[in-house]
Design a protein around this ligand. Structure first.
Ligand code: G
Ligand code: G
Ligand code: NA
Ligand code: MN
Length: 249
């Protein structure tokens, strides 16, 4: 298959890149950090969305090499340069189940003189991940390095609640569909229920999909800690990252 073959040569041919989307602290109005998002360009120049190429990379195993490349790139270009304080990287369960993941992270942090606390790993609950001992140990090793572990797309999958019991997450990212359903009373109540559940667990709460100032104001009212979305900032290459893109509240 075309995408599978391209993924195999993507790193050496410079076809893969990272863009960064800001995460804003709703209390301070400042940017706390960024999320790294992978992009793939085919040899003919066309872009393929991660929704398409990540599953292929997972199926073919290319995700392991690509994931390591992303962690290394973030440490070298973003954290070691002091461009941002904290960066999160999406990781596939396949990477976490691979022996040596946490050691790779430790070695990369050491190589660039970056402390673990500045790196976060986003794990999506949308995927079918069996929380086996390998995953639990890997996450515990990452936390020992000081790295943060976040739960991504909360509310979209079937496993979210059981994961909350099994894993200690620093941050839970509520899926943007819950914010976008807030135009009805029913949708608002649903989101408030989720927020109170997470608040009781003591995790930091981030919501995705903030597209308007009204969204931002509502989330401020609801006591969300961090927000992310097109209103705050679109994913952009490192060179276009502003040190602090503060917008009015
Ligand atoms: O940025 P975009 O909407 O295109 O990303 C869609 C999804 O693809 C993200 O929500 C994320 O779950 C996944 N994704 C993006 N970059 C990476 C990556 O570097 N590794 C993994 N495993 N998934 C990623
Ligand atoms: O699964 P994950 O949450 O990591 O995916 C992030 C994806 O969501 C990225 O592909 C990004 O392009 C997209 N995204 C980011 N902000 C917004 C937003 O405000 N609205 C919508 N619809 N999508 C967004
Ligand atoms: Na995700
Ligand atoms: Mn994510």
């Amino acid at each position: 298959e075309d995408i599978a073959a391209t993924l195999k040569i993507a790193i050496e041919h410079g076809l893969v890149s990272l863009v960064y989307q800001p995460i804003r602290n709703i209390q301070t109005g400042k940017t706390d950090g960024v999320e790294a998002l992978m992009r793939l360009r085919m040899l003919d120049g066309t872009q393929v969305s991660p929704a398409k190429f990540i599953p292929v990379a997972e199926r073919t195993g290319s995700i392991v090499e690509l994931g390591r490349w992303a962690i290394r790139t973030v440490c070298r270009d973003l954290l070691a340069t002091g461009l941002v304080q904290v960066a999160s990287v999406n990781v596939s369960p396949i990477e976490l189940k691979m022996p040596g993941f946490a050691s790779y992270v430790a070695a990369t942090l050491a190589e660039f003189g970056v402390t673990g606390a500045r790196l976060a790993f986003e794990i999506t609950e949308g995927v079918e991940l069996e929380i086996d001992q390998t995953v639990v140990h890997c996450i515990s090793d990452l936390r020992k390095l000081g790295a943060q572990v976040w739960l991504d797309d909360f509310g979209t999958g079937f496993a979210g609640l059981s994961w909350l019991r099994l894993i200690e997450f620093d941050t839970v990212k509520i899926d943007r569909s819950f914010l976008h359903d807030c135009n009805t009373e029913k949708g608002k109540r649903m989101l408030l229920d989720i927020i109170s559940l997470l608040r009781n667990r003591g995790v930091r709460i981030l919501i995705e999909g903030v597209e308007t100032i009204e969204h931002q104001r509502l989330m401020q009212q609801y006591g969300i800690n961090q927000i992310q979305g097109y209103y705050i900032g679109r994913p952009a290459p490192a060179a276009q990252l502003e040190s602090d893109n503060v917008l009015p509240f």
